[in-house]
Write a protein that binds this ligand. Structure first.
Ligand SMILES: C[S@@+](CC[C@H](N)C(=O)[O-])C[C@H]1O[C@@H](n2cnc3c(N)ncnc32)[C@H](O)[C@@H]1O
Length: 338
């Protein structure tokens, strides 16, 4: 590890979007908790030198991980993109009442278990709706828990970051990031969140192969009812179309809709394009590129296509996290007392 490299722990690590973004600011993830074996396979296929926390020979659920028993090394920073279904507009919005929503409290428990070795920064990521849901009660709950642990946290500790506004990526993806600095290490909790800067023209052709030919499985056959639905809607063949339950959503030119985890469940939300051979889904590698993963990132050969789509849709956009990580890194280097 480089001398000035900082250490991070990853909760809900997925395929490593956060870990790759933080690495770009010299913050190296040393251990990761992720209980989905397929995601862990993809993670380990691409990222080395990170300890995946295990229970016997299976990846541990966060619910079963104890700092002492699992010998979690203290870290400078903890990042957690916790499951968002309970907080998002698309879900049932049961918030902390829902089993998945309750996983938030596992983050709090783990930080507590570190005692006086708790991380000096906690970074959380979730649906923007978490901020306003239940009339603001969900956000107040997050705030109360973080403050209770000894962290600075207020409204301005959070920001909605959309990769379309901040990076060259043409994907619209607006997410809520919350950053809490420990009172023991920082005089205040202020952070300069990445600001809206990217104004250059975006081109889908930099990410999507309109001119090539893909496997047959990606194409919709003409007799498929969705083929007709889309074809009836389509004028501009340079756009992306997304299938919703009963309608086709046409995005503006050179814009990609939010890639979601349920792309992997077939049918809905899958983005389509017209390439020179017909109407087809975006490939899972095009989706990875639209999330800002490096071209060297590969899925394990044995991993089925649906799981691949789910994994990409579940991920954060790497360049957005990298920008945020750089802002956090600047503050740590300037203001943290050791
Ligand atoms: C939104 S994704 C996280 C994305 C990730 N943070 C990244 O960097 O791209 C949420 C992840 O939490 C994982 N997860 C859900 N329940 C879990 C549990 N009980 N223990 C550990 N991981 C869990 C899911 O498998 C999923 O990969």
């Amino acid at each position: 590890m480089q001398q000035n490299e900082l250490k991070a722990g990853a909760l809900f690590a997925g395929i490593g979007g956060f870990c790759l973004g933080f690495a770009q600011a010299g913050i190296k993830t040393v251990w990761a908790i992720e209980n989905n074996s397929a995601s862990v396979q993809t993670y380990q296929h691409n990222i080395s030198g990170v300890r995946i926390v295990m229970d016997g020979d299976v990846p541990a659920s966060i619910k079963d991980v104890k700092v002492k028993t699992h010998q979690l090394e203290p870290v400078d920073l903890l990042h957690a993109g916790f499951p968002c279904q309970s907080f998002s507009m698309a879900g049932e919005r049961k918030g902390f009442e829902d089993d998945r929503g309750k996983l938030f409290y596992e983050i709090i428990r783990i930080v507590k278990e570190f005692g006086d070795k708790k991380p000096s920064v906690i970074v959380l990521e979730n649906s923007p709706h978490l901020r306003n849901g239940e009339g603001g009660a969900w956000f107040l709950e997050v705030s109360k828990e973080l403050k209770g642990l000894g962290y600075w946290f207020r409204e301005s500790s959070s920001a909605e970051l959309d990769c379309f506004d901040l990076t060259p990526l043409p994907q619209k993806r607006n997410r809520l990031f919350m950053v809490a600095f420990s009172i023991d290490h920082f005089k205040n909790g202020r952070l300069n969140f990445p600001a809206v800067t990217f104004t250059e023209e975006k081109k889908l052709t930099d990410y999507i192969d309109f001119a090539g030919e893909q496997d047959d499985e990606y194409y919709l056959h003409e007799e498929n009812r969705y083929h007709k639905m889309i074809s009836d809607e389509v004028d501009d063949k340079n756009c992306i179309y997304q299938l919703r339950k009963y309608l086709v959503r046409v995005k503006e030119p050179n814009q990609c809709p939010t890639l979601t985890a349920n792309m992997g469940l077939g049918g809905h939300n899958v983005p389509f394009i017209h390439d020179k051979n017909g109407l087809r889904k975006l490939t899972e590698y095009e989706c990875l590129k639209l999330q800002g993963f490096p071209s060297t990132f590969k899925f394990p050969e044995s991993l089925g296509r649906n799981k691949r789509y789910t994994q990409v849709g579940n991920s954060v956009s790497v360049p957005v996290v990298a920008l945020l990580a750089k802002s956090i890194r600047e503050k740590i280097d300037k203001e943290r007392n050791k």
